[in-house]
Ligand binder design. Structure first.
Ligand code: NAD
Ligand code: ZN
Length: 365
């Protein structure tokens, strides 16, 4: 299946097909004018999936120059960016070449940013291997590294030339990462597609148990939703792309409190944040309480932990507010919140007093 991201001259296709990883040469040939491709990955993915990918390319006459990095969020830093960029230059990567990012969101974000600055911008290809990367980070062109002042604070909008998704690679993904990625899947239903949320309620258990058909369907629906949002608001200048931040402002505060460590994965924070966003919407009389309860029940059924205490957080509402104030989206002392009028009816609220949010969180933590 092919999902197009319609961005005028910079439009690009997302190819989604089981088995694609081992058969990527015909799609990558036009992006490898020198018959070689530089590829960035991490050591987990290199062990599990690089051999099949490289063998498929070799069969199509494309050699691979691999750069294998340590797995984990710490890789998205200045030092690794410098190392990757210098290495790409020493490999002779030219502007007409494409650099391949084979891995999760960490590899995609770092490689995309390196490509955006290499020779003032060269092409890159996303080959996402986590559910989170397949449904979210590989599409849309946000690239970044982390800075001392915070996560994703240094980066660029740089769209990939091509996205290749092989859902069958999810078979090797640890279930905790699969579940975390699923939070971004169910998010599309909660934002604007109640029918898809219903599908999620019926199919999440199978998806999380490894059902390849359900996983492929979830990836396809999510990519279509993301492509539509990106086409409407590429650089998040309006409200459309901002809706994708549902659950993220709350989630981010807990992630920050956890020091952006494995204690709370991004998707786990987003799941907690989405439950809170629906609870806050219900508490403000914006959304039926039954809808908030339904969201919470579904996330709990998926195995998400939705109580800060049960997640091990001993944190005050004031501290969470402090984390929220560091948000990139903070403007003139206010913060936009993504709230909902019901399942599939998210909207951007710019008039929620931070004092109200603190009082709400006081009852939660
Ligand atoms: P990740 O890249 O760290 O991958 C998670 C773990 O899974 C790693 O240990 C990795 O080695 C391993 N892994 C990857 N593929 C595997 C596979 N098929 N089988 C077994 N193990 C595999 O994490 P992630 O959750 O994919 O991405 C998180 C990052 O994405 C964060 O840095 C976040 O800021 C970023 N992000 C970016 C955007 C965007 O729009 N650019 C959106 C959301 C998140
Ligand atoms: Zn996210």
């Amino acid at each position: 299946m092919i999902v197009e991201v319609p961005l005028g001259k910079r439009a690009y296709p997302i190819h989604i097909a089981p088995g694609l990883l081992a058969n990527a040469a015909p799609l990558l040939g036009p992006l490898a004018p020198r018959g070689r491709l530089a590829l960035v990955t991490d050591s987990n993915v290199a062990r599990l999936h690089l051999p099949a990918f490289a063998a498929g390319l070799a069969a199509g006459g494309i050699a691979v120059d691999e750069i294998v990095l340590a797995p984990g969020e710490a890789t998205k830093d200045w030092a690794t960016l410098a190392q990757v960029t210098e290495r790409l230059l020493s490999l002779g990567v030219e502007r007409g070449d494409a650099v391949v990012a084979l891995g999760g969101g960490v590899i995609g974000d770092l490689t995309g940013f390196a490509a955006s600055i290499l020779r003032r911008g060269c092409r890159f290809v996303q080959v996402p291997t986590t559910l989170l990367a397949q449904v979210d980070s590989s599409v849309g062109g946000k690239t970044a590294i982390n800075a001392a002042a915070g996560k994703n604070l240094v980066g660029a909008f740089h769209q990939p030339a091509l996205v290749l998704i092989d859902p069958s690679v999810l078979a090797t993904l640890p279930v905790r990462d699969l579940r975390a990625g699923y939070a971004e899947v169910v998010k599309y239903g909660l934002i604007g597609d109640p029918g898809f949320f219903k599908w999620c309620e019926a199919n999440a258990a199978a998806l999380l148990a490894g059902d390849a058909g359900c996983q492929a369907e979830a990836v396809a629906v999510s990519c279509r939703a993301k492509a539509k949002v990106v086409a409407a608001d590429e650089r998040e200048t309006g409200d459309v792309r901002a809706l994708l931040n549902l659950g993220h402002t709350f989630g981010h505060a807990f992630e920050a409190e956890a020091g952006f460590s494995d204690r709370l994965l991004h998707g786990e924070g987003v799941a907690l944040g989405m439950a809170l966003a629906f609870d806050l919407s219900a508490a403000r009389g914006l959304c039926p309480a039954e809808d908030a309860a339904r969201v919470r029940a579904h996330l709990l059924a998926c195995g998400f932990v939705l109580s800060p205490k049960a997640l091990g957080f001993e944190v005050s509402a004031a501290t969470l507010l402090h984390h929220m104030r560091q948000d990139k989206k903070m403007k003139a002392g206010t913060l936009p919140f993504i709230l909902a009028r019901g399942i599939g009816q998210a909207f951007v609220a710019r008039d929620v007093p931070l004092g109200d949010v603190e009082a709400f969180l006081d009852g939660v933590v």
